[in-house]
Write a protein that binds this ligand. Structure first.
Ligand code: XMP
Length: 481
């Protein structure tokens, strides 16, 4: 049977290892920054999955503060999803573009209301858009009469930054004048923004944070070919940085058309997928995608390969897609199947620019949902977006099903161990990546992408690679079976 003999073999992460090689640097000196889209550079090559048990605003904020980026899932109404994007974008700023303001004739009661409703501690005072004062909780501390006018309580002629603000000049003003809010005005005195000391402190505390040009955290949102016109206007209003065409089968007419519409009508950055072949990657690159997402069936909760009999083991899928994407200069995100930090090294070694994680992040404190106590241990729920419960919440079209269809699932519902806060866990993952770079002598991710020295291992090799012939008595933070 000729055709059986000519069936190509495909490998998964467990089938391969990178060869160690000469290194002239220490792992902590490795540069793990990466570009996942034109102009979107991350200090940490980790993207959190657009799944309803993985990424909502809390996870997106926590991951972006560590240097990665989150993709808000789409089992939310367009309005809810856009609100979550907005929450991420508002969490950190250098300059707040559109600060809440008051007019001099408003009352102190109005000021309290705006401050409490929006959890802020001060407001610039403007008259016809021109800055005339500032009122903060400091001014209000001893003000008992809520009927007083703002003009009677505010600090008039406040210190301000004129023109395009520079970080150092703003810092100097905070220090010299012991203030907490610094309005920004143009040459005519019109308010154009607000800088707060709280934001400055957050920037200092999270030096790796993934931010846009205005110092706001980066965030993406999942959309589908069938709902993009409902989601895009709201997402763009919320200043989403990129969208992810989130489908299980990206090698389709619908996804190609959606990429074209997103590029021509909305001029947004698009991650398109999922594909598992070189042809699939080429199709979406030709359609105009800015980044390709790879993975058909490798996910820990996926049953697509079992239900539909299709797919490509993930290491080969990433390498295949990268054979086309890397030469076209289009980044690839390896989505699904990452079990340990070593798999991140292998995915990038196969040519990816970043990895998307579902399972590894589902058990974090910042992922949606509550902790579950079961038989004395703490867990969090983790389910496929193609599971019955997720389909019933609205994700059926990801698996080419119509609303109201009886679910034919391509995923399962389950639980994963609770792992605590994200920051120390991300540290484990990226230190594992740095170690891989140290062992291979690849100082940058682009060197690792081009390294290409792998060995295939057997089942015996895999068994030898894992802890074996021992009962683990103390689980390390980066390994469990
Ligand atoms: P991990 O391995 O990190 O994979 O848990 C997460 C990725 O799996 C995809 N995904 C699914 N694939 N059925 C599938 O075939 C599903 O129900 C499902 N839910 C998520 C998705 O690409 C995610 O990023």
């Amino acid at each position: 049977m000729e055709f059986v003999n000519s069936i190509p073999e495909a490998l998964s992460y467990d089938d391969v290892l990178l060869l160690p090689a000469y290194s002239d640097f220490l792992p902590h000196e490795a540069d793990i920054s990466t570009e996942i889209l034109p102009g979107i550079r991350l200090k940490v090559p980790i993207v959190s999955a657009a799944m309803d048990t993985v990424t909502e605003d809390k996870m997106a904020i926590a991951l972006a503060l560590q240097g990665g980026v989150g993709v808000i899932h789409r089992n939310l109404t367009p309005r809810e999803q856009a609100q979550q994007v907005l929450n991420v974008k508002r969490y950190l700023n250098f300059v707040i573009d559109n600060p809440y303001t008051v007019e001099p004739d408003q009352t102190i009661e109005d000021v309290w209301e705006i401050m409490q409703n929006n959890d802020i501690s001060g407001l610039p005072v403007v008259e016809n858009g021109v800055l005339s004062g500032i009122i903060t909780s400091r001014d209000l501390r001893f003000c008992k009469d809520y009927r007083l006018k703002v003009r009677d309580v505010m600090t008039a002629n406040p210190i301000a930054e004129v023109g395009t603000p520079a970080i150092q000049s703003a810092r100097d003003k905070f220090d010299t004048h012991k203030i907490e809010k610094l309005p920004v005005v143009d040459e005519n005195g019109k308010l154009t923004g607000l800088i707060t000391v709280k934001d400055m402190e957050k920037h200092d505390k999270f030096p790796n944070a993934a931010t846009d040009d205005s110092g706001r955290l980066l965030v993406g949102a999942a959309i589908s070919p069938v709902d993009l016109d409902r989601r895009m206007p709201l997402l763009q209003q919320a200043k989403v940085d990129f969208v992810v065409l989130d489908t299980a089968h990206g090698t389709t007419k619908g996804v190609v058309q959606a990429v074209k519409t997103l590029k021509s009508k909305y001029e947004t950055l698009v991650v398109a997928g999922n594909v598992a072949t070189a042809d699939g990657a080429k199709l979406l690159i030709d359609a105009g995608a800015d980044c390709i997402k790879v993975g058909v069936g490798p996910g820990s909760i996926c049953t697509t390969r079992i239900v539909a009999g299709i797919g490509v083991p993930q290491f080969s899928a990433v390498a295949e897609a990268c054979s086309v994407a890397n030469s076209a200069g289009v980044p690839v995100i390896a989505d699904g199947g990452i079990k340990f930090s070593g798999d991140i090294v292998k995915a990038i070694g196969a040519g990816a620019s970043a990895v998307m994680l579902g399972n590894l992040l589902a058990g974090m404190k910042e992922s949606p949902g509550r902790e579950i106590l079961f038989e004395g241990r703490i867990f969090k729920a983790y389910r496929g977006m193609g599971s019955v419960a997720a389909i019933r919440k609205g994700s059926g079209d990801r698996y080419q099903m119509n609303e109201g269809d009886e679910p034919v699932p391509e995923g399962v519902e389950g639980r994963v161990p609770f792992k605590g806060e994200l920051a120390p866990f991300v540290h484990q993952l990226i230190t594992g990546l740095r170690k891989g770079m140290g062992y291979t002598g690849c100082r940058t991710l682009s060197q690792l992408r081009n390294y290409k020295k792998f060995v295939r291992i057997t089942a015996a090799g895999l068994r030898e690679s894992h802890a074996h012939d021992v009962v683990i008595t103390h689980e390390p933070p980066n390994y469990s079976r």
